[in-house]
Design a protein around this ligand. Structure first.
Ligand SMILES: [Zn+2]
Length: 309
């Protein structure tokens, strides 16, 4: 008999749910495709995945469910208010509907916030209480962990670090801003830069990386430029927070040796705090498991908060 929580990571095309104990042991895990046609089909798929995990653990006690969702969350209401990948969920009472279906407490969280919490709990941030995570993918997500907990801001939308301005007149972004970090340092940005430098029209970020490895100077410049944009953003974060640890995750980390030198040089140039402290900038460790760990940790944290009060 063990207490466990279920963490759910809701992606654009599939979802994963796992049962994890308070000490971080994963007991069960399932993956399933997600039908994004309507809010009802998404909710149905989430509930189904959770129930299938729960059915295998009848003798154990479910503490609660945490769900990481790509998008802007209103944390108190359990609402997704904006999401490029999950337009059907916008304004829908996601948390309450899933709670009703399961009869168990549910916590909704932004997926990158959940990943940051996962790294704090079981990954690269275990030895610190404060960290920032940047998830580098087709976009860039961010999560800020302060005193061991997700920093939410007053609504739940803090940590949207992909939309930090790194170039005031830079590329336009879907959020309405220009020069957002994710327009200059995501996998999508790498592909656009490769195109602009006439490396090829339909190259993936991996293709650009392979060219860099093969010694192509223009491909290497793409990663230098990406590193520079990340460095501008991370220097700002260091100057704001003075946290000990800044993490990055995502497939693009394979190109670390090609973007990190320009990133570090930029941070060094722009942050007095970085130059005079032992601030670390490192790779995250849990890969795409981070979100599921972080989501599962949320009900345990909520429980601790109740016991502490
Ligand atoms: Zn933006």
């Amino acid at each position: 008999m063990a207490d466990y929580a279920i963490g759910v990571d809701l992606g654009g095309t599939n979802l994963r749910a796992a049962a994890i104990t308070a000490s971080g042991t994963m007991l069960e895990k399932v993956g399933a495709p997600t039908d994004l046609s309507t809010a009802e089909t998404v909710i149905r798929d989430i509930v189904r995945a959770i129930e299938s995990v729960r059915a295998k653990l009848r003798e154990h006690r479910l503490v609660g469910v945490g769900i990481g969702v790509p998008g802007f969350i209103r944390i108190a209401e359990g609402l997704v208010v904006g999401s490029n990948n999950l337009v059907c969920l916008e304004g829908y009472p996601v948390r309450d509907r899933i709670e009703q279906a399961l009869g168990a407490p549910v916590i909704l969280e932004n997926d990158a916030n959940a990943a940051a919490l996962g790294e704090k709990w079981m990954g690269a941030g275990r030895d610190v209480e404060d960290l920032v995570l940047l998830t580098l993918g087709t976009g860039i997500g961010g999560g800020i962990i302060s005193k061991g907990r997700v920093l939410h801001g007053f609504v739940g939308m803090a940590g949207e670090l992909g939309h930090l301005t790194v170039a005031p007149n830079g590329n336009p972004c879907g959020c309405g801003n220009t020069g957002c970090l994710e327009k200059h340092a995501s996998a999508t940005a790498i592909e656009s830069m490769a195109k602009l430098l006439a490396l090829g029209d339909d190259l993936t970020a991996k293709d650009v990386y392979d060219l860099a490895v093969a010694g192509n100077e223009r491909a290497r410049r793409v990663f230098e430029s990406m590193g520079q944009a990340l460095g501008v953003a991370i220097a700002m974060l260091i100057n704001v927070f003075n946290f000990p640890l800044y993490l990055m995750s995502g497939g693009v980390l394979a190109a670390w040796d090609y973007f990190y030198p320009s990133l570090e040089a930029e941070v060094r140039r722009r942050s007095y705090t970085y130059r005079h402290t032992e601030t670390r900038i490192e790779k995250a460790r849990l890969g795409n498991e981070a979100g599921i760990y972080g989501a599962a940790y949320l009900p345990f944290q909520a429980q601790q908060a109740i016991f502490a009060s």
